[in-house]
Write a new protein. Structure first.
Length: 87
């Protein structure tokens, strides 16, 4: 379905273990807990971008440091029309 689509990713450390942020530009499409990572072929190709997702990294850092409970993260939802309505 989404095979062949290239996305950027950045790995960060967190109190719950390493996380991988995947998306396009500064929009988040997947947040993967690397210990539980099960890559699927339909997720397309990921290209590491070590300086990407700046605002998302800042918000996750603030959350894990008990500085906020709220997020303002642009997302890219992939799914059926029904799934998108539910989310």
């Amino acid at each position: 379905m989404y095979q062949g689509t290239k996305r950027s990713y950045r790995d960060i450390d967190s109190p719950i273990g390493p996380l991988r942020l995947v998306g396009s530009g500064d929009s988040l499409q997947y947040l993967v807990i690397l210990k539980a990572q099960q890559l699927r072929e339909n997720m397309g190709e990921w290209i590491e971008e070590s300086s990407g997702f700046g605002s998302i990294v800042d918000q996750l850092d603030a959350y894990f440091n008990n500085q906020t409970k709220y997020f303002s993260i642009p997302t890219i939802l992939i799914g059926t029309d029904f799934q998108k309505q539910v989310w």
